[in-house]
Design a binder for this molecule. Structure first.
Ligand code: PMP
Length: 400
């Protein structure tokens, strides 16, 4: 039967329903600020958003969105190729290109469309794509649609990438290599210096998805490639407006002038309506704030280190380094659900991650930090985790 393949998901859903927990459909009934809301009837600290700089609630971004809605209306009702290219879209493209210091930018309606659209269009049948095994679903979907030969290299393993490039022989010079900046689930940063060195040795083109790193990393917030000093080696950078920029939408920038032609070949750009002018206007304002207020990035990292150090001191299994995304690895599904629910009851919302959310991760409580969190809120998040230990729901993995 057509629906047989959904049985496992149906069983999981009914297990959650029996327990009365709703981790994947938790309704935010009220947003109090960038860092607090009412979720499933509980007033909570939001520690599972991607609102890294807290700009979703910035009064200047809100005012820009309001003014644009009044001026341009609520939606464009059309694709960029038809009636949906407003002056706002063009201005944002110019501003993103200027932010990155390159000539070309394309704005998409979502980050997913940007990544999926570029990955599915840049390479085609006869081409070869090498992607990090732990790539985001938008990358996997894109490369599948491309029709290219797809080779996975081990997560953040430049030696494995080099080995596979070597095996490609002459084809390596045409290959598209795909990596991310900060990985979305574990918060680890890609070794872009080493990946860029592989590209320099064997040739090919490099695409970096800076969805989680734009605004968070780099001297001016351009992302992991800027932080690694390898922007000159990156052929295509894709990113999103839904994280540091606090809105929704995506972009691709490139030094290659061909990007302006490629634009007209991307299905995910052509056959979908363009972003609402209010969304574009708040994104423009957020980009201006990122450029003019580097202290937001400092605050994000202060908070990231505070949370990371606090969770590590509790003996929890966190990753090797502080990051705006801090994942606590758990043992199994039951423990993950129990801990997620106890945190919510304790006034903290985090993301619950169970397979197959990400290819190489298992069970996680994913915390994301914001520049807008106060130190006191970070301490309350740590205290909520301490409560899980006290309740015996979690065990420390190492002596604090
Ligand atoms: N790329 C990566 C690496 C992501 O983590 C995400 C979203 N989590 C996206 C692309 C898609 O972005 P958006 O949610 O803004 O569509």
């Amino acid at each position: 039967m057509l629906f047989d393949k959904f049985q496992e998901m149906a069983a999981f859903q009914s297990e959650l329903a029996q327990r009365g927990v709703t981790p994947f459909g938790a309704v935010t009934e009220e947003i109090v600020s960038a860092t607090e809301g009412v979720v499933e009837g509980r007033r909570v600290i939001l520690a599972g958003t991607n609102n890294y700089l807290g700009l979703s609630f910035d009064s200047r971004c809100i005012a820009a969105a309001q003014a644009a809605a009044a001026r341009w209306g609520t939606g464009t009702t059309g694709s960029r190729l038809a009636n949906g290219s407003f002056a706002e879209h063009q201005a944002l493209e110019e501003e993103i290109a200027a932010f990155y210091g390159v000539g070309q930018a394309i704005v998409f309606s979502t980050g997913y469309a940007a990544t999926m659209g570029m990955c599915s269009t840049l390479a085609g049948p006869g081409d070869v794509i090498l992607l990090d095994a732990d790539s985001h679903a938008s990358i996997y979907t894109g490369v599948k649609l491309s029709g290219a030969d797809v080779i996975r290299f081990k997560h953040s393993d430049p030696d494995d990438l080099a080995k596979r490039m070597r095996r490609l022989g002459d084809r390596a010079g045409q290959a598209l290599i795909i990596a991310e900046g900060i990985y979305s689930m574990l918060g680890d940063v890609a070794p872009l210096q080493e990946i860029a060195a592989v590209k320099r040795e064997y040739g090919g083109y490099l695409l970096v998805d800076e969805a989680h790193s734009m605004g968070a990393l780099g001297a001016t917030g351009r992302g992991a490639a800027q932080a690694a000093g390898v922007e000159a080696d990156v052929d295509f950078t894709v990113g999103t407006f839904s994280k540091s920029l606090g809105a929704i939408g995506g972009f691709c920038i490139s030094p290659h002038p061909e990007l302006q032609t490629i634009r007209y070949c991307i299905s995910a750009y052509i056959f979908t309506a363009s972003s609402s002018p209010s969304v574009i206007a708040s994104t423009r304002e957020a980009l201006r704030i990122i450029r003019s207020e580097p202290q937001l990035r400092d605050r994000l990292w202060d908070n990231a280190r505070r949370l990371y150090d606090g969770l590590k001191a509790l003996g929890l299994p966190v990753g090797p380094a502080a990051s705006p995304v801090i994942a606590v690895e758990l043992e199994d599904r039951a423990q993950t659900i129990n801990c997620w629910e106890a945190l919510l009851d304790g006034g903290v919302y985090v993301n619950m991650v169970v397979p197959p959310a990400s290819p190489s991760t298992n069970f996680l409580l994913r915390n994301s930090v914001s520049a807008a969190h106060s130190s006191e809120q970070i301490d309350r998040i740590i205290a909520a985790y301490a409560g899980l230990l006290d309740a015996g729901l979690l065990r420390p993995v190492e002596a604090a």
